[in-house]
Design a protein around this ligand. Structure first.
Ligand code: SF4
Ligand code: SF4
Length: 451
């Protein structure tokens, strides 16, 4: 067990090891842990249906996560330290409870609803506080650390950089399971390690079914490589409802919004951000978008408050419309035109009154998504992959891309720094995930394993 580190030494170790938020966002952890908070929460509440990556960490690395959590709490001056998980993992609760007791950490057990693992929702569940619109948990005095990120931070405390990623491979595969893969492993090798697709014409989702990114077939998958932020690969048959939804073009969504949105408000009433009290009414974005007025007034600007969780689109809307994708398209257009949000940010407690009865049960959500048949698949650990070649991205974190510090032809050892943080910028270091020869450097570094 490593000794506790002084604050600056811990932050430096996390920076040097290239730790980023592994829950999806990829925020550099050394910058996040340098904040000030009264409460620190370990987030093991994986809320995407079908993914079991957080559960794997709890089963195999809970002690490491707990030790890193205490370091994070010391770094940001928190007095309250909480480990949050779902009570449905009843078989793991006694061990986690004992570990919490030994480390003076509280245990928070959450129900199985979506999106329990959203940082802002988790802050509300644990502390009763709402994060202001466009804010981060630090604005409510809280720091939320994903359990996988904490395991990586524990590695950093022992001078072990982030070189591997744990992910769930599931859906239409012959052997669903959990894999540990060097960062940069071709996604196609992850699929092969899970026995390959069990459907003749597969499509893929990188991440979970609610917030993941569609990859439209094996050819497109060939260009994808494991990043530190990837938590899952879901395989579906072509033509599945999630595939049809993700393949819609923006103008098609606009026509459908214009002629089929009945302004019923279900999308707004069930929106997890609105239920935290944030001034967000998705049905108004839909109306403005349908009229082509989304960049002209207050309604369209609300799209900036969308987290992209997908409750509106995959669960709430009775007309099968795409408020999530429309919000994200409007948000992108506003960012492109540098249009500021300019609206109120303070949460309104009156809007939170129905939050408890409007939480979305995960089982019902899986039925609605038509992925319920994959919900209870056994996902054993399938081992650590050893690809012959990796392509390690330099830009899959928040902030500036890493600057390569190696050149083609150079030999590197596993764990060597191959991309550094630009001077004075927010960013994350990148390390070689296997020992070999660098064969290409562009917005990623390709390394061929040394025979
Ligand atoms: S739930 Fe669907 S139909 Fe109802 S207001 Fe929202 S987008 Fe329109
Ligand atoms: S995706 Fe829909 S439900 Fe989720 S935050 Fe955005 S508007 Fe609200």
């Amino acid at each position: 067990m490593p000794s506790p580190l002084a604050r600056d030494a811990f932050l430096k170790a996390v920076r040097d090891a290239g730790v980023v938020g592994e829950g999806g966002a990829g925020f550099p952890a050394h910058a996040k842990y340098a904040g000030t908070a009264d409460t620190v929460i370990a987030n093991a509440c994986e809320c995407e249906p079908l993914l079991h990556t957080d559960r794997h960490h709890m089963e195999h690395s809970a002690e490491q996560a707990m030790l890193a959590l205490k370091q994070v709490a010391a770094a940001c001056g928190a007095r309250r330290v909480v480990f949050a998980m779902k009570r449905k993992h009843a078989d793991l609760v006694p061990a986690i409870e004992a570990s919490c007791r030994a480390h003076g950490t509280e245990l928070a057990l959450l129900d199985d609803f979506y999106p329990a693992g959203d940082e802002q929702v988790l802050v509300r569940e644990v502390t009763g506080r709402s994060v202001p619109a466009l804010g981060i948990p630090l604005a409510a005095g809280c720091l939320v650390a994903n359990v996988g990120t904490l395991v990586s931070a524990y590695g950093a405390m022992r001078n072990v950089p982030v070189t591997h990623k744990t992910l769930t491979v599931t859906g239409e595969v012959r052997q669903p399971g959990i894999l540990r893969a060097p960062v940069g492993t071709p996604m196609a090798e992850c699929l092969a390690a899970a026995g390959g697709a069990a459907t003749p014409d597969p499509v893929f989702i990188l991440g979970g079914p609610m917030m993941g990114r569609l990859v439209d077939g094996p050819e497109a998958l060939a260009a994808e490589h494991v990043a530190k932020t990837d938590g899952g690969l879901v395989v579906l048959p072509r033509g599945h409802a999630l595939h049809r939804n993700a393949a819609q073009r923006v103008e098609h969504m606009r026509r459908r919004a214009a002629c089929a949105c009945i302004q019923c408000r279900f999308c707004s009433d069930l929106c997890p951000r609105a239920l935290l009290g944030q001034p967000f009414e998705t049905h108004r974005v839909m109306k403005a978008f349908g009229m082509g007025m989304e960049l002209a007034g207050e309604a369209g600007r609300m799209a900036m408050l969308c987290s992209g969780c997908g409750v509106c689109e995959h669960y709430a809307c009775p007309m099968g419309l795409s408020p999530r994708r429309i919000n994200l398209a409007v948000r992108k257009a506003m960012s492109g035109s540098k249009t500021p949000y300019g609206g109120p940010t303070a949460p309104d407690e009156a809007r939170t009154a129905n939050r408890d009865v409007r939480k979305v049960p995960l089982g019902r959500l899986a039925m609605r998504l038509d992925v319920h048949r994959y919900m209870d698949l056994a996902t054993p650990f399938l081992g650590t992959l050893e690809p012959s070649r990796v392509r390690i991205p330099l830009n899959r974190h928040i902030g500036a891309p890493a600057v390569p510090c190696i050149a083609p032809g150079q030999r590197v050892e596993e764990g060597a720094c191959i991309g550094d943080i630009p001077e004075g910028a927010l960013g994350a270091r990148v390390h070689a995930s296997l020992a070999g020869t660098v064969i290409a450097v562009d917005d990623g570094v390709t390394i061929r394993r040394q025979p």
